[in-house]
Write a protein that binds this ligand. Structure first.
Ligand code: ZN
Length: 246
């Protein structure tokens, strides 16, 4: 971790190449990229997204539930109908080489400073941190100061002060900056399928020296992605939801 300063933090890309490209361009020069999983699922360009992620010079990437599902090794009956339909399409289109990349991604990443997990540190692939109660329980499952998660597609700031037992929970304003302190769980939001009623792609910039974390949103070409989803015969709802951010 020594020498790393400006880190681009992304999650839940969901095969949305237009959103991913806009985020990378908007973020500008960074020293490292941390990707919190769900590279594929829902969107029209899974291979293009995996290729772009693989090509980033300094990338730490962990796997999400959709990355696991794309390998065809788990039961996808728990997915809703449209997610299932889309997942079967992804399973058939993702190349063997890219499946191999997804398969070999770790479930969790831990350094002295930070833990990265797709869902939660307790259950990295599947658990959603959607409320303060689940957040509180998860503070027992990582040792270092901060845990960065995705999966819910909603930007979240949570902090826990063990000395007075105070747990804080809230949604960051787009464009806001906070200084991380022990101990916090942060979700940067989703690049490719935001679900906080803001259609713009979400990402974070974390400075590992100042511990400042910026919550960013960037406009991308939604109609381009929607056309690709429709042209490739993927569920219409997955095109529709991008304009509303749900
Ligand atoms: Zn996701």
């Amino acid at each position: 971790m020594v020498g790393i300063m400006r880190v681009l933090v992304i999650s839940d890309i969901h095969a949305n190449l237009d959103a991913l490209q806009s985020v990378i361009e908007d973020a500008g020069s960074v020293d490292q990229v941390w990707c919190l999983g769900d590279l594929v699922g829902y969107g029209p360009e899974p291979n293009e997204c995996v290729d772009l992620i693989k090509s980033l010079p300094d990338i730490i990437c962990i796997k999400g539930n959709h990355d696991v599902a794309a390998l065809g090794e788990i039961d996808i009956r728990l997915f809703n109908n449209e997610a299932k339909e889309s997942m079967m399409w992804h399973q058939s289109k993702i190349t063997a080489e890219n499946k191999n990349y997804l398969k070999n991604l770790p479930e969790k990443y831990e350094s002295e400073l930070v833990t990265l997990a797709h869902g939660s540190p307790r259950n990295p692939i599947w658990e959603y941190i959607l409320d303060p109660y689940v957040a509180r329980v998860n503070y027992e499952f990582f040792k270092n100061g901060f845990c960065l998660v995705g999966h819910s597609h909603q930007p979240i700031i949570s902090s826990w002060n063990p000395s007075d037992g105070v747990l804080e929970w809230g949604s960051p304003q787009p464009g806001s900056t906070i200084t991380l302190h022990n101990r916090m769980i942060i979700n940067p939001g989703s690049v490719g399928q935001p679900r906080d009623s803001d259609s713009r792609a979400a990402y974070g910039i974390f400075n590992t020296e100042t511990l400042k974390f910026e919550f960013h949103r960037v406009i991308y070409n939604i109609s381009s992605v929607q056309s690709k989803i429709i042209n490739k015969g993927l569920p219409f709802r997955h095109a529709q939801r991008l304009s509303g951010g749900w």
